[in-house]
Design a protein around this ligand. Structure first.
Ligand code: PEP
Ligand code: MN
Length: 449
């Protein structure tokens, strides 16, 4: 790669002298450089103006005037770029969004873990099966899922495949969300169908009936707002592979500022959030709305330093803290963070990720999560904010629109013995369609309490 100080990308390269965790070791640096040069020439996947719009929406979340629904796969896969899979995921998110909008009576900002979520940080660099040890799978953007030596070698060409997979996914998402498919009445009809057919459906009948009445009332008044026909939907992923993210970081011609145009929002994960390392430096240079995952060891002092580094202007919407403590820790750990951040005068958005602190290995060997733990962490999150008078800003969940069997529990209960039936995730266990809708109705109930 020619890092010309005058190129638009150069200002996004300030992280290069710092330690960067979780980066692949490519066997051929020349091949990587050629790929980066190609990526730098590709068109943006999103516009800077759209990132600004999401930042404004996130400002409403931070101020308590909107709720964030962020969800999608733990790891997208190249062979998952199909109309069915994308549609099912989107449909599930839209259904959840409709329930939450009504219950919370505030706008729900909808952001997918989609169109770029191809890279995974891992706890261990290797994986051993039947006495054979190989490099771990790091996501389709890095190496192959197959447990063979050849497939686990990092291949920079995969970065280009990530770009193209993201582009096709985003294209379909844009078509679905603006082309009539996402009409609110249609989404509500899907929810009515869920309430009718799911084993726990009667529990949600009243809420579904209220939504129905509200829509009928609007219709009877002759209201047919444009807002019902299309949906604002944004893309997000973990900004993990800094070569890729930097190659897609461009100067916005309107403002002269840098935007990572690989997604509207990017977040920094629990394993790469070291304050003096590369990922935080990269995030500090771009204007996109930024999330940081905060695990149970996060101190209030660290949280304040993230604000100094990433949100020095104290701009609501710029910074989102995505808290993932675990159901057993959130009630102990979160209050101090929220109190000290609030006292500092910063207006960040607080979002709960009730998935990553609640993962365990079942006796069958499957990595799984209990639906009840997920729900309990969300409950704890709401309790903490209620006690402090602050705003529970949203949920960040791993889900799919398909009927997989990866998490146990839920209204249509999945048991440990069922896990093998449709365990399809390339990384962490996701809520299936019915568990996701259960969660939306239950969170909606919490919001109203
Ligand atoms: C993830 O979101 O898939 C993830 C790895 O999360 P965390 O960084 O919170 O562990
Ligand atoms: Mn995950």
């Amino acid at each position: 790669m020619t890092v010309n100080a005058k190129t638009s990308q150069s200002a996004g390269n300030t992280w290069r002298d710092l330690p960067a965790a979780q980066q692949p070791e490519y066997p051929d640096p020349e091949a990587l450089r050629a790929v980066i040069a190609d990526l730098e020439s590709y068109p943006p996947l999103v516009f800077a103006g759209e990132c600004d719009q999401l930042r404004a929406r996130m400002a409403a979340v931070a101020k308590g005037e909107a709720f964030l629904l962020q969800g999608g796969d733990c790891a997208e896969a190249f062979d998952g770029v199909s109309a069915d899979q994308i549609r099912n995921k989107l449909k599930t998110l839209l259904q959840m969004g409709a329930v939450l909008t009504y219950a919370a009576s505030v706008p729900v900002v909808k952001v997918g873990r989609i169109a770029g979520q191809y890279s995974k940080p891992r706890s261990k660099p290797t994986e051993t099966r039947d006495g054979v040890t190989l490099p771990v799978y790091r996501g389709d953007s890095v190496n192959g899922f197959d447990f063979t030596e050849a497939s686990r070698i990092p291949d920079p060409e995969r970065l280009k495949r990530m770009y193209h997979a993201s582009a096709s996914t985003l294209n379909l998402v844009r078509a679905f969300t603006t082309g009539g498919y996402a009409d609110l009445r249609q989404v509500h009809a899907w929810n009515q169908d869920f309430v009718r057919t799911s084993p726990s459906g009667q529990r949600y009948e009243q809420l579904a009936r209220e939504i129905d009445n509200a829509l009928n009332f609007m219709h009877a008044c002759g209201a047919d707002p444009e807002e019902f026909k299309t949906v604002e939907f944004y893309s997000s992923h973990e900004a993990l592979l800094l070569d890729y993210e930097t190659a897609l970081t461009r100067v916005d011609s309107r403002t002269g500022q840098l935007y990572d145009v690989s997604a509207h929002m990017v977040w920094i994960g629990e394993r790469t959030r070291q304050l003096d390392h590369a990922h935080i430096e990269f995030a500090s240079r771009i204007r996109n709305p930024i999330g940081i995952k905060l695990g149970p060891t996060t101190t209030a002092e660290e949280a304040l330093r993230y604000i100094e580094r990433l949100d020095p202007e104290r701009e609501p919407g710029r910074l989102t803290f995505i808290v993932r403590m675990g159901a057993d820790k959130i009630r102990d750990k979160l209050p101090e963070l929220v109190e000290k951040v609030t006292a500092s005068g910063a207006t960040v958005a607080w979002v709960t990720d009730p998935m990553h602190g609640n993962t365990f290995e079942a006796a069958s060997g499957h990595k799984t999560r209990r639906f009840d733990d997920v729900l309990d962490e969300v409950k704890g999150f709401f309790e903490v904010h209620k006690a402090l008078g602050t705003h529970p800003g949203g949920i960040h969940v791993e889900l799919t629109g398909d009927d997989v069997t990866e998490c146990v529990g839920g209204g249509d209960e999945i048991f440990v013995d069922d896990l093998h039936q449709r365990y399809e995730t390339a990384c962490d266990p996701r809520l299936n369609r019915s568990q996701s809708l259960d969660l939306a109705f239950l969170v909606a109930e919490m919001y109203r309490d």
